[in-house]
Write a protein that binds this ligand. Structure first.
Ligand SMILES: [Zn+2]
Length: 341
């Protein structure tokens, strides 16, 4: 893969991803905050990103999904959970920023972030945005647009190759499947898999870890790590999808498919976080619900012949909702696994 290859975006124009731009940007990056937690810092980061055509986006939070913020009226005794804390943004120049949504609150969205997230441009490259979208919609009323979901793109590629897609692929596996290894992308691989696992275990137990301030540096690195290689992955996946479908159909499918996939949890009444259900079952791909959404689109938005190509027999039946949570919150306010009976 040529790292300087052009990236195609709908509308037929291509933009340069060359190294030269990276050097031009570097001088200004050093003055930008790694974590934007004041309105002034947020505006500097958003101004810096204003000319980008494509960004990688990810979120961190405490038991992220719609959470009790949405459910509390009908379930007033429900434990407070499901808070969106950070929103990370990566650029194709290897930069990564975290926006401290916990500190900035609703105001973050009124200072330009809502326009960025709700616009068709820039394209927002994500990896499984279902819980993030659920939180953004129900906690801040954000209606995402312009998504490119790498996990969904992988599902589509496997379907086009004639394979079953009962389960989605995690980001580490998807990256390594395309030869994107730690150290191969600027800033990707600062943390080892063991360090990442240790942090994951920490916030798995400490429900409020992403809500603590100041954020420890290793948590910041952990949060930024995932957005760094995502744009390289997106280029490779898009190239494969274009080879399979042609440019126009590939873009139609990934655009509408990413939106349908992101809407899946947000459109359900149930919270899909780890405290409300067995979130391990979120790794199943519900082809029935996904295809129903796509079939409801007008043909000018998604050509029906694309639907025929990705249809599989298993799409005829919906999946049951995930079973009960495997975690509970103990008297020390920690989330701990239920004993295995
Ligand atoms: Zn929940």
């Amino acid at each position: 893969m040529n790292p300087n290859a052009s990236v195609f975006v709908p509308g037929g124009y291509a933009f340069d991803t060359g190294v030269s731009k990276q050097f031009v940007k570097e001088a200004s990056v050093s003055t930008l905050p790694q974590v934007a937690s004041t309105e002034e810092e947020l505006q500097r980061v958003l101004n810096h990103l204003a000319s980008e055509h494509v960004l990688a986006i990810d979120c961190e939070g405490a038991d992220l999904s719609k959470g009790c913020w949405f459910l509390q009226e009908c379930q007033p005794n429900k434990l407070q959970h499901g808070r969106l804390c950070l929103l990370q943004i990566g650029t194709m120049h290897g930069e990564a920023f975290a926006l401290d949504i916990l500190e900035l609150g609703e105001r973050a969205f009124e200072l330009g972030l809502r326009a960025l997230l709700e616009g068709e441009r820039p394209i927002k490259v994500v990896h499984d945005f279902r819980q993030d979208n659920d939180a953004l919609l129900h906690q801040f009323g954000v209606q995402m647009r312009g998504l490119f979901d790498c996990q969904l793109c992988d599902v589509m590629l496997r379907r086009l190759g004639g394979h079953r897609t009962g389960y989605v692929t995690g980001s580490a596996k998807l990256l390594s499947s395309r030869g994107i290894l730690q150290g191969s992308v600027q800033g990707y691989g600062i943390l080892t898999q063991e360090q990442k696992q240790a942090i994951h275990d920490r916030f798995s137990r400490d429900r409020h870890l992403w809500e603590r301030r100041p954020l420890p540096q290793d948590m910041v690195e952990y949060a930024l790590e995932d957005v760094k290689p995502m744009l390289q992955l997106q280029r490779l996946l898009l190239q494969e999808l274009v080879e399979a479908l042609g440019e126009q159909d590939a873009w139609q499918l990934v655009k509408e498919g990413s939106m349908a996939y992101a809407a899946d949890f947000a459109s359900q009444r149930e919270c899909r976080c780890r405290l409300c259900c067995n979130a391990a079952e979120n790794a199943r791909f519900d082809g029935f619900r996904f295809m129903q959404r796509l079939q409801a689109l007008p043909s000018q938005r998604l050509n029906p012949h694309i639907l025929r190509r990705i249809w599989r027999q298993e799409d005829a039946q919906p999946l049951p909702l995930p079973g009960p949570s495997r975690f509970y919150v103990n008297e020390a306010d920690e989330s701990v696994p239920l004993p295995v009976s």
